[in-house]
Design a protein. Sequence first.
Length: 364
Amino acid sequence: MYVTGEIHEDTRSHFGYEIAIEDIEVVGESEEYPITPKEHGTDFLMDHRHLWLRSSKQFAIMKVRNEMIRATYEFFAQEGFTKLDAPILTGSAPEGTSELFHTEYFDRDAYLSQSGQLYAEAGAMAYGKVFTFGPTFRAEKSKTRRHLIEFWMIEPEMAFMHQEESLEIQEKYVAFLVQNVLDHCDYELDILGRDKETLRKYTQLPFPRVSYDEAIELLQASGEFPDTKWGDDFGSPEETYLANHFEKPVFVVNYPKAIKPFYMKPHPTREDLVICADMLAPEGYGEIIGGSERETDSVKLEAEIKKAGLDLKDYEWYLDLRRYGSVPHSGFGLGLERAVTWITGESHIREAIPFPRLLNRIYP
């Protein structure tokens, strides 16, 4: 509708102004609107996602998401990164093919990308510091509140950078995102009822670091995880406990090699570990970042590719990055929707993306 009137200052308004309406013109008349003030079930609202986006809550979430994307570009520009566009169709997989969407690519197989990391490594060897930002796909048959089939990843890769330097970039980036949401989305946070003092705690650096070994000890000592043993990967309950224990984002570093992907660099004094880190967000949101130092030795990397059961010919170009002059490098990936869900304080990741793709949903 078009509204005509006179604008006055008014301290009662969130924006500091109100309009004394003199005339209203309806531009587009509506049929009976399907979403009413009464309570609707999740399936109904998701079936009408194209209309649900107009609600104040969904508007606020998308505005926060937009601010986080804008702040991402600002942060990496300030830090001297080059934006690299990785392909969405790929013939190789950074973490195996069991969770990839397969398609025919003329006379060979192709997959929807599950990560831009391998291509970002090529970019880092050329430009020093790069980041990719784009959609990724995981064919996981998961129905948890933390998983999407299609989601967006920010994946920086940095030449001449070791683990601790990478962790410093990661925590600085996350604090920057939170601070920019606080600075530019005050109204939206009010709509969502998000506690701003809690968010401000997440801008205070550094974030705690705890080794995988120490994390196992903490979980076992709590009495809440009697079956947890060394070598286990962490699920949502374990991640929630660890992050809440520190009351702010926490890095768990140096996981067992057996539960991590082939490209991670082994620990120098513990061959059963790799040099890696997951950032766990508090308040029950779990992992929002995963990262590692990358293996730079072509012979060792080739052996790991074979051990993972992957087709070596698909990774010849990746091995070339080591054969023709490599340097120490590290990288990480932040799942945008998980970070949006955490910062907005929402309970389910499906509301952190305009049109979610879930195990049982590809409409609208």
